[in-house]
Design a protein around this ligand. Structure first.
Ligand code: ADP
Length: 556
């Protein structure tokens, strides 16, 4: 019989559920009434069998109030079974003076509190409240213990990014703090990764009923206790028919299911389900992170492989183009030397085209040498300003052809340092050629050589847009730098692309720059050549107004 709490007068605000088991109808209804008035929801039964059925079917109850003497099982036996069904239930046994000795051992073991008949309403309420209070303290301490264990476990599992290792760790932690002879972890698949099942101990074999339990818990979206007729799993010859399936969720998605299996019904251990629910949260997020990391790793590896294939192709293609190209160039030059009139002009065009291909092949070969770390440095003490002048003089005819004014300012004294002349000439030449290419007719290009202390260089770079080349600067901190700065009044570079123009094959996507042709390799080589000598290259630019490219070498 169910006794809803009576509305008046509420002596306590408790809303706990109490099961009263007593074959004495007068006593039972006295207690029921006293507790209902106190705000409790009460269910009464007259014998132990009915109490067990109520615990199983109408539970959970917060407290069992049982008479020690009942037909069939005694109140103590009922208390033991109640604890098996719900380890967290509080128990108060009603006893007469004659049976109090029987009770002592149970009271000492903390199985139950007791109440000696006859008792007053206030004594009854006090005993019930105390038992419930003890129970909530017990639950709280179990919760704290579970949280402490969880903290240790989550620290351990959150540090793992390898999916396989993480899966094994999750099962190990779950089994260390919750019952079960075997543990399984089912991980959902994703675009890059197949679904996986992990078992602990390794010989444990999942059975169809176990898979069905996992599917059920995913559908339910919450932990499901399972008492199957069929075995959920087998460990050697032992059939495990009881289990607890806990879905692991992250950001609203089920990323896996933890299934613990046992031959006994033992998943109601206090604190265990709490621990598992919290662990499931942590494990879900850790799994998701590991999954994202594995996906990133897989994507990164395939990109790296693609990059390797591209570099290999470039290396082979440029190497193989070299011999036929020398033949074309050799014969074109011969024809040019020996021909006149129209034929000589055709040969000239052939030569220009072949020279252009040679430049591209040489750029590709340089990249290959960088990748293979085969680029050797040939340092000589040289004047940087003289090299800059040499590059400017070589390129003045090209600038004049475009109606541009190309000039240079010299420093007061020569800037002498150890450098690789050929590579430095290549860098300066490349920067001036770009300036000519991206400056309209009538524009100005100016080259200057200056010396700066490190602080000024660092400040200027910080002012300019960040790019990967500049970050390398952090390693080298010489006191002074020698710089070649190439300033133009050309088309400029949009700010958001300034960091990318130093990447291989990158070109600013605009019709104006595309008109100029090119491979997008020049600045990548410039930046690699600068870095090889401990130097740095960066750009300051404004669209429509022009650019300044700076090439700095440490002044030794
Ligand atoms: P390429 O000149 O062969 O295209 P680079 O690596 O030398 O390759 O240059 C990459 C891109 O940077 C160019 O395509 C262009 O868009 C931009 N760029 C380089 N120098 C300048 C400059 N002085 N003015 C404007 N844009 C430039």
């Amino acid at each position: 019989m169910i006794h809803e709490p009576l509305a008046t007068p509420p002596l306590t605000t408790s809303s706990a559920r109490v099961l009263i088991a007593d074959d004495d109808a007068t006593m039972s209804s006295f207690c029921a009434r006293a507790l209902s008035v106190g705000g409790y929801t009460v269910v009464t039964v007259a014998e132990a069998e009915a109490a067990i059925a109520a615990l199983r079917e109408q539970g959970p109850f917060d407290l069992l109030l049982a008479d020690i003497k009942m037909p069939g099982q005694s109140g103590l036996e009922l208390a033991r079974i109640a604890r098996e069904i719900d380890p967290a239930i509080a128990v108060v046994i009603m006893t007469g003076h004659s049976t109090i000795d029987t009770l002592h051992a149970s009271v000492r073991r903390g199985v139950a509190d007791y109440l000696t008949k006859p008792f007053e309403i206030t004594e009854l309420r006090l005993a019930v409240e105390q038992a419930l209070h003890k129970r909530s303290l017990l639950q709280e301490s179990l919760r704290v213990r579970a949280l402490e264990e969880l903290l240790r476990s989550s620290e351990a599992i959150n540090a793992i990014l390898d999916r396989n290792q993480l899966a094994r760790e999750i099962i190990t932690h779950a089994r260390a703090h919750a019952p079960g002879e075997a543990g399984f972890l089912f991980i959902a698949g994703s675009d890059y990764l197949p679904p996986q099942v992990f078992a602990e101990p390794p010989g444990a074999a999942i059975q169809p009923a176990g898979r069905e339990a996992v599917a059920q818990s995913i559908r339910a979206g919450r932990p499901l206790p399972i008492a199957g007729a069929e075995p959920l799993a087998l460990v050697q010859a032992t059939a495990l028919t009881y289990g607890l399936a806990v879905p692991l969720r992250a950001r609203g998605e089920t990323v896996g299911v933890l299934l613990l299996c046992s031959p006994r019904d033992e998943f109601n251990v206090p604190g265990a389900s709490e621990f598992l629910a919290l662990l499931a949260n942590q494990a879900g997020n850790a799994l998701r992170n590991a999954q994202l990391y594995s996906q990133l790793d897989a994507a990164y590896n395939s990109l790296r492989e693609l990059d390797r294939l591209k570099s290999e192709f470039i290396a082979i293609a440029s190497h193989e183009l070299r011999s036929p190209l020398s033949i074309v160039l050799g014969y074109a030059r011969m024809v040019y030397d020996r021909s006149t009139g129209d034929q000589r002009e055709y040969a000239q065009r052939l030569l220009t085209g072949a020279e252009r291909i040679k430049d591209i092949v040489n750029d590709l070969l340089r990249l290959r040498d960088f990748d293979r770390k085969q680029m050797a440095l040939n340092l000589e003490r040289s004047a940087l300003d003289a090299l800059a002048r040499q590059a400017v003089e070589r390129l003045i005819p090209g600038a004049q052809q475009k109606g541009q004014d190309l000039g240079a300012t010299q420093p007061d004294q020569p800037v002498i340092l150890d450098l690789d002349r050929e590579k430095v000439l290549l860098v300066i030449g490349n920067l001036i050629e770009n300036a000519i290419k991206f400056t309209p007719p009538g524009g100005h290009i100016h080259v200057e050589v200056v010396c700066w202390p490190h602080e000024r260089l660092a400040a200027e770079i910080a002012r300019a847009v960040a790019n990967p080349t500049m970050r390398r600067l952090a390693d080298a901190v010489p006191a002074n730098w020698a710089l070649v700065r190439v300033r133009d009044t050309g088309i400029g570079i949009p700010r958001e692309q300034q960091g990318r123009i130093f990447e291989r094959f990158y070109q600013v996507a605009s019709s104006l720059t595309r008109e100029q042709g090119g491979t997008g390799l020049g600045l990548a080589i410039v930046s690699d050549l600068a870095a090889l000598q401990g130097g740095v290259v960066w750009v300051e630019s404004e669209e429509g107004r022009g650019s300044v490219f700076s090439f700095a070498l440490p002044l030794t």
